[in-house]
Design a protein around this ligand. Structure first.
Ligand code: IPE
Ligand code: IPE
Ligand code: MG
Length: 252
């Protein structure tokens, strides 16, 4: 980043603080490019994932300082099981390590940990660590960090349809009760507002099955930066760009 870019970012930060009203409520991030970050340094992919975990710390701190309410981080997709077993288990180990190491600090900073996705497919040791983190931070009312784990939007929609169908079968509700709000609350993100700003790193321009319903009107922001190099200043730049967009929601 050159000096003038740095100054712009600093100015952006000032504007962000002055312009609280136009802050996105919910930011989603597809944290992509760990593997290529490592490969470009002739390192094993797992070291890329480790560097990716380090990048999360800075982003959570910045998001929290900016007063963001919801940050959803895509950490493991329903499709990521296709990766070599060694990479999948390295990712599980990193997740446990991350939660063990960071949860106290997150708790101190009033962060609430939440997850979306079907974690029943995860090893017991991972699920235990996740519940511990959720329990410890459940009373906090600062930034909600929502980690997408074994998450796929289509899988989430299938599970929501099953939940709703079951309630209809048990006569807990009627077919005519189904509307957009009802579907929204049966998704894993039930109770969390829709995504305002969706960020994807590493120069890929796709959603990869992330929050398809919730991103219906999200502003999209892409960068070529690989996730391990993404920092608080990039986040500020994305928010600043968001604040300069005009959202019409189909109106004029
Ligand atoms: C994102 O980085 C992390 C996960 C999907 C878990 P990648 O591992 O997809 O990195 P690239 O896309 O191969 O560079
Ligand atoms: C999306 O990245 C999933 C996560 C960031 C966890 P991928 O690297 O798995 O996506 P594709 O395969 O390039 O679409
Ligand atoms: Mg990738």
């Amino acid at each position: 980043m050159n000096i003038s870019e740095k100054i712009t970012v600093r100015d952006n930060l000032k504007n962000l603080h002055n312009d609280g009203d136009n802050m996105p409520q919910h930011i989603g991030i597809i944290m992509d490019g760990n593997g290529r970050w490592a490969e470009s340094r002739k390192l094993p992919r797992t070291l890329g994932h480790r560097a990716g975990v380090d990048a999360i710390r800075d982003i959570i701190t910045k998001a929290s300082n900016l007063g963001l309410q919801y940050l959803t981080l895509y950490a493991f997709s329903t499709e990521n099981w296709k990766r070599p077993e060694a990479e999948v288990s390295a990712l599980m180990k990193l997740l446990i390590e991350y939660l063990k190491k960071e949860v106290r600090e997150l708790h101190k900073n009033n962060v609430r940990i939440h997850t979306i996705g079907d974690i029943t497919k995860f090893p017991e040791s991972v699920r235990e660590e996740i519940s511990r983190a959720k329990e410890l931070t459940s009373g906090n009312n600062g930034l909600c960090v929502n980690i997408a784990l074994n998450y796929g939007s289509r899988d989430e929609i299938v599970r929501a349809v099953k939940k709703i169908s079951n309630k209809i079968l048990c006569k807990e509700m009627d077919l005519k009760d189904i509307d957009e709000d009802l579907i929204s609350i049966h998704l894993d993100t039930g109770g969390i507002p829709q995504v305002d700003l969706l960020i994807r790193t590493s120069g890929e321009y796709r959603l990869s099955n992330f929050l398809l319903w919730q991103c219906a009107y999200a502003e999209l922001w892409f960068t070529d930066v690989y996730w391990p190099d993404f920092n608080g200043e990039h986040l500020v730049k994305a928010i600043h760009d968001f604040q300069n967009r005009q959202r019409r929601f189909g109106g004029v």
